[in-house]
Design a protein around this ligand. Structure first.
Ligand code: SAH
Length: 363
């Protein structure tokens, strides 16, 4: 067991709970409860790399914190920069697992694409993460830690928007994601507005229901990618467990507007018939459709739909009265699509069967 393995990791706790514990601890040590709130500030709002360097706290108290609590770092193992400003970070976790985070600047905005699992069990046929198989769920500290680490860089990266579109399926790790949403949104956490935080899912129904129950305006994106069960089953094996119609029904009852993600696979899901079928689904739940150019270097041997083809597809949807946008492809020169950096470094291992890890635990 590693040193201090029984210390409480304060980065795994929602800010209110972390604050309570830290204040109680401070009171018990006779330094005043407010010292606990000072520590909390150094977790997310004004991050410090460790207790020792919290220079606004008494030295002896810092040493006591160190003995009772942990606030582990993620090790930055690699970084790549795209000519378009997109930056991709590879973090190594304590057990050697590696995860990716992508920062995408766009005008005044910086969108951070974060990972929720090491690997992924779902094996969508075009996705690089699916190819590597599932390793494990990330802890809240490892998911929100990606945001924290970027704020700790010598030139801090401060995101305005967060999307759960890195490695993994967030709804298959809901227990952790639930806490992370609080950390990201809480003014005493990262303080990012709920409407600037998007959870992207293949359509794990219990997860969608759990997100719907949250009172904050977190956004939901659904990876649709095919407008019929028949085609979707081929692209996304998870469609067997959570069929399209049920996913659309869940989207229709979601209290906020939902986004459909639709990756454009040449000759596969980009035909005129698909326009009509997709428009029907989008209208049924009032969804906004995001067409995504296929990122080269994913899995499978797909060819991207041509830019013209994508424009035609978008125009077709618009004609049906569906709101649609074409996502700008970013970071193509640094393999910035889901899972690609890690895959490059691991030199493709055989995937594990998805069904070993298919349990959804949202309690
Ligand atoms: N598991 C979640 C979140 C991670 S993937 C989900 O599937 O929604 C984030 C998005 O990237 C998904 O819409 C996924 O389908 C898409 N994606 C994966 N591989 C891609 C590729 N090669 N090109 C373009 N988009 C891709």
């Amino acid at each position: 067991m590693s040193e201090g393995a029984n210390r409480v990791n304060v980065l795994d706790l929602a800010p209110a709970e972390a604050e309570q514990r830290l204040r109680d601890f401070a009171s018990a040590r006779g330094v005043g409860a407010y010292r606990g709130s000072q520590v909390l500030r150094h977790l997310w709002a004004a991050p410090a790399p460790g207790f020792q360097v919290m220079s606004d706290l008494p030295l002896a108290f810092r040493a006591e914190l160190e003995r009772a609590f942990a606030m582990p770092r993620l090790e930055l193992a690699d970084e790549q920069r795209s000519s378009d400003g997109t930056r991709k970070f590879l973090f190594r976790l304590h057990d050697g697992q590696t995860i990716e985070t992508v920062a995408i600047p766009d005008g005044d905005r910086v969108t951070l694409c974060i990972s929720s699992q090491a690997g992924c069990a779902l094996q969508c046929s075009f996705c690089a993460t699916g190819l590597m198989g599932f390793y494990r769920n990330l802890l809240p500290s490892e998911i929100a830690g990606q945001v924290r680490e970027l704020a700790l860089l010598p030139e801090p990266v401060r995101p305005t928007n967060i999307v759960f579109m890195g490695m993994g399926e967030p709804m298959m790790n809901w227990k952790a994601v639930d806490v992370v949403l609080t950390i990201l949104n809480d003014p005493k956490g990262c303080g990012i507005g709920a409407r600037h935080i998007t959870v992207s899912t293949v359509g794990v129904l219990p997860g969608i229901e759990a997100l719907a129950k949250r009172p904050e305006q977190f956004r939901l994106a659904i990876s649709v990618h095919a407008p019929t069960d028949e085609l979707r089953r081929m692209l996304m094996p998870v469609n067997i467990k959570f069929p399209l119609e049920q996913v659309i029904d869940a989207a229709a009852t979601f209290s906020r507007r939902v986004t459909f993600e639709y990756v454009m696979l040449g000759g596969v899901n980009d035909q005129p018939a698909h326009v009509t079928e997709l428009a029907r689904l989008a209208k049924r739940c009032g969804a906004f459709v995001n067409l995504i150019p296929l990122h080269p270097g994913g899995a499978g041997s797909y060819t991207p739909t041509s830019p013209d083809g994508i424009r035609r597809f978008a125009a077709g949807l618009a004609k049906h009265g569906v709101e649609v946008a074409v996502r700008k492809s970013r970071g193509t020169d640094i393999a910035a699509a889901c899972g690609q950096l890690r895959v490059e470094r691991l030199r493709r291992r055989p995937p594990r069967p998805a069904d070993q890890h298919g349990e959804v635990d949202v309690a």
